[in-house]
Design a protein around this ligand. Structure first.
Ligand code: SF4
Ligand code: SF4
Length: 75
């Protein structure tokens, strides 16, 4: 799936949770900010697991709640 629309807003704390949470290993931190590769299934784990809620996918995710499940597997 395409990843061009992933963006990260101000407020990223460079925690790397999005990197660890991508089961496709498709995200790297570059200068402390996530950069998406091209091996993505649009599972949206990165968006939902970001503790700061600063990852967006185009405008579709703006203002929408994030779901982290009853127990986040990612520390
Ligand atoms: S949507 Fe899923 S597969 Fe795609 S980059 Fe985010 S965590 Fe990885
Ligand atoms: S999970 Fe969120 S705060 Fe942490 S590095 Fe990724 S975008 Fe930044």
């Amino acid at each position: 799936m395409k990843t061009k629309k992933f963006t990260v807003a101000d407020g990223c704390i460079s925690c790397g949770k999005c990197v660890r949470g991508c089961y496709k290993n498709n995200i790297k931190l570059v200068d402390g900010k996530p950069v998406w590769g091209n091996d993505c299934t649009h599972c949206m784990a990165c968006i939902n697991q970001c503790p700061k809620g600063v990852i967006e996918y185009g405008r579709k995710t703006e203002g929408k709640p994030r779901y982290q499940g009853p127990e986040s597997a990612l520390k």
